[in-house]
Structure formats: structure tokens, C-alpha cells
Design a protein around this ligand. Structure first.
Ligand code: NAD
Ligand code: 3PG
Length: 387
């Protein structure tokens, strides 16, 4: 029996995939798996029981990836599962920044008791007029699951689209419309574009990626959209840029005390992935990843351990070992198995940076003695008897 704990509400269509072999627990310390959306795990103690954390979503800046790796806890996310939800809201943001739709709606609300409203509308509307996005230049920073969808859709709305991503994946490059201009120097986007939208993960390297120097190079009246994370933008610098008229509007899905209520900011309460479809997609993918890991030892879409897939075990046993990526460790595993008269029929070892993962399929059930010997090997972080 496995136990899982949800740190945020996770869609039922995902949780329903857990069979009778799984039980939901309110006590995180009893759980082998944690499912999470945006709840911060940075200050949490992680119990010895915990094997997997599944982020039902894309951004993993709320999870201590290194601390988890060090304790042999595999962290997963659900790439692309909420990308369409975010893409659609980005266009809503672009339109809200282009025309004063919210101002107009407030005007109607304030005039709801005015008997002449239908006539007065025609005089009042000029205060809320704006521009169209067709024919404008859009710069997309980060061409991953969301950036590609935004870029492609914008070409269909008549925008001239510039895309920048020095680390673009092969899959993303295949998915990108040939009408998107490939930009290798981000400054070309700053100089040329009327709208700039950022879709990169929040990392040490990307923090304050849009800063004073970047704004200084942008066109006057540029619209900046941030549906990725607040700290990607230097908020002091963008508020100054708004005051100077450099930035016309800052549209962000991440309000905070620096931006909330400030002139020129259009702030949405982190609604990008809050659609039925995105929540369902993320929950299903997260649960499938957890199940495949706990039941078969396979790792798919991890952000701190290598992916590894040996399918369903057809041998007598399977042992999963999470360890440091160091020389000579595989030989130590095979020696323990040989000493205990256990034949290894198949095995895989994959590494990612400082960490590695080994799956050993064996012809007879593993013994307590062998497990204890494996645990004692230096650089072994966690061992699980999968079968
Ligand atoms: N508003 C929301 O609800 C919501 C929902 C999903 C994701 N997000 C945020 O959006 C981010 C992107 O999501 P995604 O699903 O597209 O992720 P993704 O991993 O598919 O794409 C991120 C892309 O950014 C690129 N990148 C990394 N560093 C870069 C840099 N310095 N310059 C340019 N490109 C760089 C990567 O190569 C990758 O292609 C997430 O990390 C998350 O923070 C927000
Ligand atoms: O990174 C993400 O996937 C988004 O920011 C969505 O976060 P949420 O699941 O808390 O809505």
C-alpha cells in the first residue's frame, strides 16, 4: 500500500487513477508521494518515507530540487500540460493592454442606473479606445511549451513574431511556425518589438532578466507581459520605465506588494493554469508519473534525476538505487548481488549532473542482507525494492 499527500487541491480526474493500492493521507510524513501545485516546500522537513514529489504544473521554483535529490527524492513536473491555458490568457493580457476594456467595463458598471446609458456610451467610448495587435511586432522570450504556442498563435492573428531561446529543444524547434523569426541576440527583440512576453523558468540565471538595461533598449510604449514568474522582471526598473513612458503596460500573472495597485500594471491573480482542462491535464500526468515510479521504478519528466524506463518488471525482482554520480559504484552493486548469489538479468544506469539512478532486475528476490549491504555503499542516497 502506498500513501500520497496533496499540498494543494489536485483535480479528481487525476487522483481517480490511483488504484486501491493507494491511500490519501493528511500526514505528509507517512506519504511516499507528494502532489503539489504552487505551495512552497522550501522550509519543509522531508521525511525518510518520501520517494517522489510531483508538481502538477511547470514551474518548480517552489520545490527544493537539490535538497530532494540529496535525500533520494525524485521531483517530477508535467511539461506542457497547462501550456494552452497560459497561452490563451497571454492573448487576453495582450488585448487588455491594447484597449481599455476594464476601464470601459467599469464605466458601464458605474453608469448602470443612467437611463441614457445607451446614448452616452457613444460619447464616453473614446476614453477607452486603443489599438489592434494585428500588424504589431511580438517578441517571445523562451520557446518552450508555452512560448511556442504563443508565438505560433500570434502569427495567425497577423502579428510579426520574433522568438528567442538559446536552449530551445529539438521538439520545440520542430513545433515552431516557420513564420516566427529566429532571433539569436535578445537585444534585437528589445529594439524592435511592440509587445514582449517572457516564458522562461525562474532560475538564478534568469532572475531580473528584464531589467533597467533591457528596458532602456526597448521602444517607447512597449507592452511587457509576464506569465512566467514575478522575479524574472526587475520590478523597481519596470515601475520607473512605466513612469517614463517607456513601458505602456506591464501585464503580469504574478501580483506582489511591489506591483499591486501601481499605475500601468494590469495584474491577474495567477490564473494562467487555472482552467478545468489544464488542471485535469496536470493532475493526470502527475499521477501517471508517480504511479510509474512507485510501481515500476521508471522515471519520466523528472527535474532533478535522469529519466529512466525499463518498462514493467518481468523478472523475480527489481531494485531501484538513487545515488551520487561517482566512479565505480555500479561495480559495487554487482559485487553485492554476486556475494548474495543473486543474478542480475538486466540493468540500467542513468546520470544527470551530480546524481544518478540505477535499476537492477534480478532473477531471485532480493534479501534483507543484500539491501543492507547496498545501503552501506558510499554515495548511495536511497534504495527501494520495487518488486
Ligand atoms: N502563469 C501560469 O500559471 C504558468 C503556467 C505554467 C508555467 N508558468 C511559468 O512559465 C514558465 C515556462 O513554462 P513552459 O511550460 O513553457 O516551460 P518549458 O520548460 O517548456 O519552457 C521554458 C523555455 O525557456 C527556455 N529558456 C531557459 N532559459 C532561457 C533564457 N535565459 N533565455 C531564453 N529562453 C530560456 C528553455 O530553453 C525552454 O525552452 C515555467 O517555468 C513557469 O514558471 C506559468
Ligand atoms: O508553473 C506553473 O505550472 C504555473 O505557475 C501554475 O501554477 P498553479 O498550478 O499553482 O496554478
Amino acid at each position: 500500500m502506498f500513501q500520497y499527500h496533496c499540498l494543494n487541491p489536485i483535480a479528481g480526474v487525476g487522483l481517480d487513477l490511483f488504484s486501491q493500492d493507494y491511500k490519501k493521507t493528511d500526514d505528509i510524513n507517512q506519504a511516499q508521494a507528494v502532489l503539489v501545485r504552487s505551495a512552497s516546500m522550501h522550509d519543509m522537513e522531508l521525511s525518510k518515507e518520501l520517494c517522489a514529489v510531483a508538481r502538477a504544473g511547470a514551474g518548480v521554483n517552489n520545490i527544493p530540487l537539490e535538497k530532494c535529490a540529496e535525500q533520494g527524492i525524485v521531483v517530477f513536473n508535467t511539461p506542457g500540460a497547462n501550456a494552452n491555458g497560459v497561452k490563451e490568457l497571454v492573448f487576453a493580457g495582450m488585448l487588455l493592454a491594447s484597449r481599455d476594456i476594464t476601464g470601459g467595463i467599469h464605466w458601464v458598471q458605474e453608469n448602470k442606473d443612467n437611463e441614457n446609458i445607451s446614448k452616452d456610451v457613444e460619447k464616453a467610448k473614446k476614453a477607452f479606445a486603443g489599438c489592434e495587435i494585428s500588424g504589431k511586432k511580438l517578441g517571445v522570450l523562451g520557446l518552450g511549451a508555452i512560448g511556442v504556442k504563443v508565438a505560433n498563435a500570434a502569427t495567425h492573428l497577423g502579428m510579426e513574431v520574433y522568438g528567442y531561446d538559446p536552449f530551445i529543444s529539438v521538439n520545440a524547434a520542430w513545433s515552431l511556425s516557420r513564420n516566427v523569426k529566429h532571433i539569436s541576440n535578445v537585444e534585437d527583440i528589445y529594439r524592435e518589438c511592440d509587445y514582449i512576453t517572457i516564458h522562461v523558468p525562474l532560475l538564478e540565471d534568469t532572475k531580473k532578466m528584464l531589467n533597467k538595461e533591457a528596458f532602456a533598449q526597448m521602444k517607447d510604449g512597449v507592452v511587457v507581459l509576464n506569465f512566467a514568474r514575478d522575479l524574472l522582471v526587475d520590478e523597481v526598473a519596470i515601475l520607473d520605465a512605466i513612469k517614463e513612458g517607456k513601458v505602456k503596460k506591464y501585464v503580469s500573472d504574478f501580483p506582489n506588494s511591489a506591483t499591486a495597485g501601481k499605475e500601468g500594471c494590469i495584474l491577474i491573480p495567477h490564473l494562467g493554469a487555472s482552467t478545468e482542462e489544464s488542471e485535469d491535464n496536470c493532475a493526470v500526468m502527475a499521477v501517471q508519473e508517480v504511479k510509474d515510479f512507485l510501481e515500476n521504478g521508471n522515471i519520466r519528466n523528472s527535474v532533478n534525476y535522469p529519466n529512466c524506463d525499463m518498462g514493467i518488471c518481468s523478472s523475480a525482482g527489481r531494485v531501484a538505487i538513487l545515488h551520487k554520480n561517482v566512479k565505480g559504484i555500479i561495480g559495487k552493486y554487482t559485487a553485492v548481488m554476486a556475494d548474495n548469489n543473486i543474478n542480475i538479468s538486466d540493468m540500467t544506469n542513468k546520470s544527470r549532473g551530480n546524481y544518478a539512478y540505477s535499476l537492477l532486475d534480478i532473477d531471485s528476490p532480493v534479501t534483507e542482507v543484500a539491501i543492507e549491504q547496498l545501503k552501506k555503499i558510499d554515495s548511495v542516497l536511497k534504495i527501494r525494492v520495487v518488486k
